[in-house]
Design a protein around this ligand. Structure first.
Ligand code: SF4
Ligand code: SF4
Length: 411
């Protein structure tokens, strides 16, 4: 069966130089070519040319499943291989051939339905209050125990929009799925920081999940459906910029132009919306140029989210913003831009590799003796918080905008 989806032109761009190998977290763990970007591209080529049938080769599928889609390889590739797009196309092919495992299907179904996620969060809060959660933990199967360990402590406040008198700019904010349910207070902090710059966050009622998790898992049809819904919603908002404070979602919104390029009705509309998308760090670095953010006496270390550093090339901006907080000391951890093992639902699907990466990440964090860990993506926040809890550490994990908002309160 020849692949209908894989972009052979993109695959042929690989010149097999191997410069990406040392950047790849799974290659660094195993030293196996089949767990490297170059090896995976070779497997994708074999699938594209029907030399490997994904319905029959469990080994090839496993090597591709173990890819974190972190795009560290893409960031260092001298030949411009579009690895992120290729792994999504390969996964869509594999999902068509083999179907998606039940746990993955359930996770994807839930995240695109905010009401379901909200109901699950409410149930979790109730189980926590009544002590049922602690009791249930002992009898849960291993995968669900991992999910429970990742869930944030319930009770974080929901998003509170912030009124701005005489705004000088209006922006839209992607509320997302996990972010909306687990980190509504990060959205509030974002709106407060923007309000300080006389920037209003407009309401975009019909927006939803960006579809990134679906695309990473090979569910292309659902990713396209969600993308079209967001394109229409953000078009109607009329906002000058569309901001994302979740790195993975921002990277995916920016890729809507590619996702919908073959659809005559949506291609131009998707490209126009994608061109207005900015990560919050990227936006603030320009909009707040020269401004300081008050004072916060704190020693922090910063974890680069893969989809901010590798997929969007945004590394200097969050550091520069933190540098504008008086009293804040930023200590760089080793390998700050190596994946923490979160990667969508990778930590559930590939627990061994995810644990290994998380252990190394927590070691690197603890070596900096921080008061807090700062990052800019909900998946990383959940993963790092779970890793620190597992080591018995009460070090908070904060989003960049939370740090800025706390500092601003002192100004
Ligand atoms: S760096 Fe780029 S061209 Fe070189 S092996 Fe890796 S993917 Fe291929
Ligand atoms: S996306 Fe990340 S894990 Fe996958 S091959 Fe590239 S560097 Fe390795």
């Amino acid at each position: 069966m020849r692949s209908p989806l894989l972009d052979t032109e993109g695959l042929n761009q690989c010149i097999h130089c191997g410069l990406c190998l040392e950047a790849c977290p799974t290659y660094r763990i195993t030293r196996l070519e089949t767990e490297s970007p170059r090896g995976r591209l070779h497997l994708m080529s074999a699938i594209a040319s029907a030399r490997i049938d994904p319905r029959e080769s469990d080994a090839a599928v496993l090597h591709l499943d173990r890819c974190l889609a972190c795009r560290a390889c893409e960031a260092v590739c001298p030949s411009g291989v579009p690895y992120g797009e290729l792994i999504e196309e390969a996964r869509a092919d594999i999902a068509r051939a083999r179907g998606t495992p039940p746990l993955g299907r359930l996770a994807l179904w839930s995240v695109s339905r905010p009401r379901v996620l909200g109901a699950l969060a409410a149930l979790l809060a109730l189980a926590d209050r009544t002590g049922l959660r602690a009791g249930a933990r002992r009898i849960l199967p291993p995968r669900l125990r991992r999910l429970d360990a990742l869930a944030p402590p319930p009770g974080r406040p929901a998003y509170q929009p912030v009124a701005v008198e005489a705004p000088r700019a209006s922006v839209a904010l992607l509320l997302g799925c996990v972010m909306r349910v687990s980190y509504g207070d990060v959205h509030t902090a974002t709106a407060r920081v923007l309000a300080r710059l006389a920037t209003r966050v407009v309401e975009v009622a019909d927006q939803g999940c960006c579809g990134a998790l679906h695309a990473h898992a090979g569910d292309n049809a659902e990713a396209v459906r969600l993308a079209k819904r967001n394109v229409a919603a953000f078009e109607r908002s009329g906002a000058e910029a569309i901001l994302a404070n979740a790195a993975g979602c921002g990277a995916f919104l920016k890729s809507y132009a590619h996702l919908l390029e073959g659809d005559p009705e949506w291609a131009q509309r998707a490209a126009a919306v994608a061109s207005r998308v900015r990560d919050i760090n990227e936006y603030l670095a320009v909009a707040a140029d020269g401004a300081t953010f008050g004072e916060l006496a704190m020693r922090v270390t910063y974890q680069d989210p893969c989809h901010l550093a590798h997929a969007q090339g945004i590394r200097a901006e969050p550091r520069a913003l933190l540098g504008r907080v008086h009293g804040l000391e930023l200590i760089e951890m080793a390998d700050a831009d190596v994946c923490c093992g979160s990667a969508g639902y990778y930590n559930l699907a590939q627990p061994d590799y995810a644990d290994r990466l998380l252990e190394e990440k927590i070691d690197a964090i603890l070596a900096t003796r921080p008061d807090a860990v700062v990052t800019a993506n909900p998946g990383c926040m959940l993963q790092l918080a779970a890793g620190l809890r597992a080591r018995g550490k009460s070090i908070p994990v904060l989003h960049v905008v939370e740090v800025l908002e706390r500092a601003m309160r002192s100004a």
